[in-house]
Design a binder for this molecule. Sequence first.
Ligand code: BG6
Length: 506
Amino acid sequence: MQTNNSHIYVIFGASGDLTKRKLVPALYALFVQNLLPVKFALLGVSRSHFSDDEFRDSMKSAINTFKEIDNIKRIDEFVKLIYYSSIQFDDVTTYLPLKQRIGELRVKLDISGNTMFYLSTPPSLYGTIPSILASIGLNNELDGWKRVIIEKPFGYDLASAIKLKDVLLKDWHEGQLFRIDHYLGKETVQNLLVTRFSNGIFEPLWNRNYIHHVEITSAESIGVEKRGGYYESSGALRDMVQNHLLQVAAFTAMESPSSLEPDAIRYEILKVFQSLRPIKKEDVTTHAIRGQYLQSTIKGETISGYREEEGVNPNSVTETFAAIKFYIDNWRWGGVPFYIRTGKRLPTRVTEVVIHFKPTPHFLFSKGLAHNAHNQLVIRIQPDEGVLLKIGMKIPGAGFEVQNVNMDFHYSELSHQRIPSAYERLIYDSIRGDSTLFARTDEVIEAWKFLSPIIENWKSSKDVPLYGYPAGTWGPEKADELIEDNDQTWRYPCKNLADDGIYCEL
Ligand code: BG6
């Protein structure tokens, strides 16, 4: 449905990669589906100098290259809505011509005062740009809404996150701030809520009485690619756990919200974060394992280790793998361990939530070879989105031997409708002013608070091992020791790829 929400969409950092790969293709997809208002303009802003036409040409080729939607017939019509202005991000005097340009476009195209500011810039500018915009009145909502969208990382640690919060909230109110966590834009992450709260059969079992432990794995087969410079200052814990995976954990663990209103859901997420049992400094080594990928050979091809990647310090101690164990201290989850594991250069790309149920109190039958008495509900976030229930069934023939079978649902079977990308969904929501799937300030601060002891410990302590793992394996085997019950392991959806699957301590 086309909205009457006329506005100017300003992208800071418009000459960058994210704009080309994700933002403009997603805006085009919305345009093709008539989900943008009739009165709309996209204003790219960056340091480089381009004319409107030059910028339009580069966006046209970006839409063709990073195709988000099959229909490319309306690209020319769309790029007519695109404009460009150059700016020095930290120089307030260059913002005055920008303000004037926004005003002119508004008059020329009869657009209301609504303005979106998307910061697709280095995070060091997340405080600077909104402060300067506010200093020249571009946060003022008298003539229409003004919103700021920022990408993670929202701070580097607890102290910097609090500083950023203070800077932003000085001039902008919470309702104007949209913090993108693209995992929340994924259909299957949202489907976690639907799976849990639209079915009568899961919720009665969804608690400490029936669940043995919860595992969240997000594996990537790629390395850091060309992002070594960024990754060096981040590492797996900040890059994936602080934001995406703790949000997924919150969707898995939260109570039913009272409604689908943004704050009803976000309060439930906050409550989960507030109930995370703090990890004591002295317990970090038994609750968190870090690793870094080493050179290895996969199918005859030599794969570089992390320290050999472009932009990476040859003595780097940045983790490319992180696994943590934690507890949520509330009535539903008291005593149930949660495990999160993520890493680069693992054997495959998969993100899944695995609910490991408790075994039957007494096992009556003889075990078949493949039988694991713990039922598992696997919610696959990506790829091959779906839900898999592992249950024991009788092997045909004499006797009562049991083996595991899968009840397997693939999201692709649900409809032939195109699944929108996370960016498309989140940009659309931000335009409608729906902040449900965006992280609120208090959630972000709580998540940093929880991870602080690990961050501090990994930064300062030379006694905390950083385990090497050959690229193409499931990370350090040491991570298996996090799982409390000897009978249990992480779920390994596929085998190690590297020739030697052993780990060594760096
Ligand atoms: C990003 C991280 O936020 O998420 C990347 O910075 C990571 O390092 C990416 O590769 C993973 O996203 P997805 O959607 O491919 O799982």
